[in-house]
Design a protein around this ligand. Structure first.
Ligand code: FAD
Ligand code: MLT
Ligand code: ZN
Length: 560
């Protein structure tokens, strides 16, 4: 009866596959080489390279660049954020010399001390090609002891370092600002233990998220987090950024699922907090300091994480809504009616859809006509018949209520992958479209789309404003796409976006972190007292400030 109704409505396709858990395609993985952006600008003569390897955009004409030419070697310029336009290298940091390199070769072996220009070029440049450092050295430790030896040495020499994982971060946190030594834990990529009773996985920090998912799949489990960068990002990077992603609505944040970790502090001390217990109230739970501190307090070397059983029935619907109010109401209804099986509630607006259709190959809009908003609802449960019927009934009811104007349920794994490709492909499409100003905001759900509309009014036809994100978690990805970066546009966006967010008691970083992009903006979301305590903790754990300098906390708090 229900299916007949659905077929007659013509709105939904029956969903017939058993499991979509492994359905997201490999090509969604992020693995790329440095090319595109920097080269593109170079060829147009808009960038000139300084002798320290930094690029400056000649069109931005920052006044300090022309006024203080003598200081250029000490300063950093990047695209897309007014606050980082000028940073001074901490003169207290030493510069790398040949004795340092020899020492690192002694402890790590020649091949794990990288001086090769091409590899350094990649490691110095972030995923968006917006931030570029000038490090002359990347170190690839193979175990915790080597990380400890490296840090002990760097601390004694006051050599600044930047911890790096898969380098997929979106706030410039994973690349050097100046000449910091890059420490990449990619060789530390072993699964150490998996307990099939508790579901607790213990692994090294350099494990790629997708590899962990593949490993768990063979055991009948899934990772509690999933994100578009899974093919490149490391679990250590995920923990250090407290990454959110597509499954947070179901399994919660890493502050809940990470049960333990091992970290090395600036002076080389190894902190063994690698517990595997769900409950452990013995004193302060210090692992939380390292979850989301973006490599500013220590290098995460091992992680213990609670994984979830892989359930047999996963359904995915792609839905069109005519207005934002309908999206909001649909979320409320989905929480109430799909409750325990709801595993993702993602949204994108029509501008995001158009961008994906224009810039990614082989993508098509799954619903017949274009609408203002699109929602992806995923359910994960253990009763194939019931779960499917539940989702179908929910969609039918929503259609009748006028909350949904059109929609399809994926019929098989390939169709589900093609739906996810649209949502997960927005970041890549934005990259291809040209310059992008990225904001990652937490806001009350009812306010989320107001900022998109306000900014559209403010920018007019200067840029294309897009809204997408993890609606179920109140997380908007506000992105402004333009043909090129320019100061006029930036001046219209910042501090407007931060002030708007602060006024509505939101957060200026929902899941990407502060990095170098927003280190100076933290006060929009945290009180001065809180930030002061953060700075005290930083000074306690890293008194010489060598760990990921210029990131996370305002530069003004650290006197050089
Ligand atoms: P990196 O980018 O290398 O580093 C990120 C930060 O962590 C840096 O500050 C670095 O210093 C620090 N760090 C890295 N490894 C360590 C370590 N072992 N110890 C200490 N510090 C370390 N993010 C989300 O939250 N949700 C998403 O849905 C999401 N989707 C994305 C989709 C795409 C296409 C892309 C390109 C990015 C996406 N991101 C998302 C951002 C990014 O993937 C996450 O922040 C991710 O967790 C970063 O992991 P990484 O290994 O690449 O870390
Ligand atoms: C996402 O949810 O797609 C990611 O956080 C990346 C982005 O914000 O573009
Ligand atoms: Zn996201």
């Amino acid at each position: 009866m229900m299916m007949q109704k659905l077929r007659r409505s013509g709105a939904f396709i029956r969903f017939g596959c058993k499991s979509l858990i492994t359905s997201r395609p490999d090509k969604n993985s992020v693995s790329r080489s440095v090319s595109g952006f920097v080269n593109h600008y170079k060829s147009k003569g808009k960038l000139f390279e300084l002798s320290d390897g930094n690029y400056y955009n000649t069109e931005l004409h920052h006044p300090c660049i022309s006024r203080h030419l003598g200081m250029l070697l000490q300063q950093y310029k990047c695209f897309g954020s007014s606050a980082v336009s000028l940073i001074q290298r901490n003169p207290l940091f030493s510069s790398l010399d040949s004795k340092d390199v020899s020492y690192f070769k002694e402890i790590l072996g020649e091949k794990n001390v990288i001086e090769d220009k091409e590899r350094l070029e990649t490691a110095n440049t972030d995923w968006m090609h917006k931030y570029k450092g000038s490090s002359k050295l990347m170190l690839l430790p193979k175990n915790t002891q080597e990380v400890s030896q490296i840090l002990q040495y760097c601390d004694s020499r006051r050599l600044a370092v930047v911890p790096q994982g898969g380098n997929t971060g979106l706030v410039g946190g994973s690349v050097p600002v100046f000449d910091e030594v890059i420490i990449n834990v990619g060789l530390m990529n072993k699964v150490l233990a998996f307990d099939e009773v508790s579901g607790v996985l213990v692994c090294e920090a350099g494990c790629i998220l997708e590899n962990l998912a593949t490993f768990l799949d063979t055991k009948g489990f899934i990772m509690p987090l999933d994100l578009g960068a899974k093919g490149s990002c490391h679990i250590g990077g995920n923990v250090s950024t407290n990454a959110g992603g597509l499954r947070l609505i179901r399994y919660g944040s890493l502050h809940g699922t990470v049960l333990g970790l091992e970290a090395v502090t600036a002076n080389g001390n190894v902190l063994d907090m690698l517990g595997t217990l769900r409950k452990d109230n013995t004193g302060y739970d210090l692992k939380h300091l390292f979850i989301g501190s973006e490599g500013s307090l220590g290098i995460v070397t091992k992680v213990s994480i609670l994984t979830q059983p892989k359930l047999s029935s996963v359904n995915l619907a792609f839905i069109a809504c005519k207005d934002y109010l309908s999206c909001q109401k649909l979320l409320v209804e989905a929480k109430r009616n799909l409750g325990e099986i709801l595993s993702a509630f993602e949204f994108l607006d029509n501008n995001s859809m158009d961008l994906v259709l224009n810039h990614l190959d082989g993508v098509r809009n799954p619903v017949s006509s274009s609408e203002n908003f699109y929602i992806l609802i995923e359910t994960t449960g253990s009763d194939e018949t019931n779960d499917r019927e539940k989702l179908e009934a929910f969609l039918l009811k929503s259609l009748e209520k006028g909350l949904v104007s059109d929609g399809v349920i994926a019929q098989d794994i390939n169709q589900a992958s093609s739906f996810w490709r649209i949502r997960e492909g927005i970041t890549e499409a934005l990259q291809r479209a040209g310059a992008v100003y990225k904001y990652d905001l937490s806001l009350p759900v009812e306010e989320i789309y107001n900022i998109v509309n306000d900014l559209r009014g403010r920018l007019g036809d200067l840029a294309n404003v897009m809204g997408y994100g993890h609606l179920g978690d109140g997380n908007l990805h506000l992105n402004i796409s333009a043909t090129e970066y320019n100061d006029k546009l930036l001046g219209l966006i910042e501090p407007y976006v931060y002030e708007w967010t602060s006024k509505h008691r939101g957060s200026i970083s929902a899941e990407h972190g502060l990095g170098v992009m927003k280190a100076n903006e933290i006060f929009y979301s945290k009180s001065p007292e809180t930030v002061a305590l953060m700075a005290s903790i930083k000074k306690l754990l890293d008194p010489k400030g060598i760990l990921n300098p210029y990131k996370v906390l305002p530069h003004s708090l650290f006197s050089y």
